[in-house]
Design a protein around this ligand. Structure first.
Ligand SMILES: Nc1ncnc2c1ncn2[C@@H]1O[C@@H](CSCCNC[C@@H]2Cc3ccc([N+](=O)[O-])cc3CN2)[C@@H](O)[C@H]1O
Length: 265
């Protein structure tokens, strides 16, 4: 029986480089394969951002991990972007990329893919430069706290949240997952938007030596979590074909949720 404390302890051996190699290089990030899962995720995010309904002052990426793909469309719509993660090793990995330091992960192929999807004909290097300039902070987050960012932003609330593969990967059970969603919802203005990517029916994943448990979520469980306080604007799911399965997790699929916080209950 996992607890929040035990999960946090288990994360101390999380290896960002191994995690990136497991999920963000081919086959999962194969931009020559239209069925690859990272292009699917980027398209979901780009479509929501192309609606013209999302934008404002501050975007917070809840639990960025060591990745930035999840904000490649959304960041353009906000004056300030704040990246976050529970682990210092992930925050350091993000800063390495932001500062274009040696050994940083190459997000160029993902950025190029988003430029193709967005169809503005700009070189991916221009988008990369803009993102690096738009990120104001990389700060700690704990979704199991009622104030996940501590006092960093309080009492300011933000216009939108992005989160990718976080809540199910750090919650001991479904009630804790729903509560964590409630915690991050407190950061969001009424009418604000959430763009969330999640694993479907995943019970564990690896990141180097670390073997992390996950809450196994069906589509229905994912949708249900938004019943209180949100209107779901778009919901999509992707079933992992054999070609996308790896031996470092048992995920069966990926969900995408665009949800808008109700103006008032
Ligand atoms: N208390 C906490 N609060 C906030 N974040 C916390 C907390 N504890 C740990 N964390 C944070 O949670 C961690 C999240 S890393 C993402 C884990 N997701 C699992 C993996 C990802 C993946 C990727 C791609 C595909 N695919 O098919 O393309 C499938 C899958 C399925 N499995 C890590 O950032 C840690 O730092």
């Amino acid at each position: 029986m996992s607890t929040i404390k035990a999960i946090a302890e288990n994360y101390q051996t999380f290896n960002p480089a191994a995690y990136l190699q497991n999920n963000y290089v081919p086959p999962r990030a194969d931009f020559s394969n239209p069925d690859s899962v990272v292009p699917w995720k980027l398209k979901c995010l780009a479509d929501a951002c192309a609606s013209g309904e999302i934008g404002g002052q501050i975007l917070v990426d809840i639990d960025s991990g060591p990745t930035v793909y999840q904000v490649l469309s959304a960041f353009e719509l906000f004056k300030e972007v704040i990246l976050t993660d529970f682990l210092a090793v992930n925050r350091e990995e993000l800063k390495k990329w932001l500062h274009d330091e040696p050994g940083a992960f190459d997000w160029g192929p993902s950025i190029n893919q988003v430029c193709s999807i967005e169809g503005k004909g700009e070189p991916w290097q221009a988008k990369q430069k803009r993102l690096r300039e738009r990120v104001s902070r990389v700060i700690p987050v704990n979704v199991h706290q009622s104030c996940p960012l501590g006092t960093e932003l309080a009492p300011v609330t933000v216009d939108a949240l992005v989160s990718s593969f976080c809540l199910e990967a750090c919650s001991p059970n479904y009630p804790a997952f729903v509560k964590a969603l409630g915690n991050i919802t407190g950061l969001l203005k009424p009418g604000g938007h959430v763009l969330m990517i999640g694993a479907l029916e995943e019970s564990y994943y690896m990141a180097g030596e670390a073997r992390l448990s996950a809450v196994s979520l069906t589509e229905e469980m994912t949708r249900k979590a938004y019943d209180v306080g949100y209107i779901i604007r778009d919901f999509r799911s992707y079933t992992l074909p054999e070609s996308m399965t790896v031996d470092t997790d048992d995920a069966k699929g990926v969900s995408f949720v665009w949800a808008q916080k109700k103006e008032s209950d």
